[in-house]
Ligand binder design. Sequence first.
Ligand code: NI
Length: 137
Amino acid sequence: MEENITRIGVSLPKNLLDEFDLIIKTRGYSSRSEAIRDAIRNYIMEYKWLEKEEGEIVGVVYMIYDHTVKGVSDAIIDLQHEFLNIIITTMHIHLSKDYCLEIILVKGEMKDVKNLVDKAMAVKGVMNVKLVTAIKG
Ligand code: NI
């Protein structure tokens, strides 16, 4: 069945697109549009999953960021102080000359964890934020 298709124009940094193209080629996508549709579906699914969860959880928040972006390290520290009631511990790994990985162990209400994740995603210089929940109850 043919879906209603809308065309959109998107501006992307070249290196981001190059990397995306490389991945979709490896995964065997026949077109970039198809891969982008899948990526958007995953993004929506992940968001909805986070929306639905309630109650107390134990989880790990991973975030990758470029520490050379002005203010990003301070913003991440400020954020963690804001959420100190749900943060058990934090591990920082220097991935490369520019990139850092922050692993935050959290325990608390899902809505608070989600709030932390949303705010982390909005920090300029943060490239990727993932939440993996270990226990939900
Ligand atoms: Ni670092």
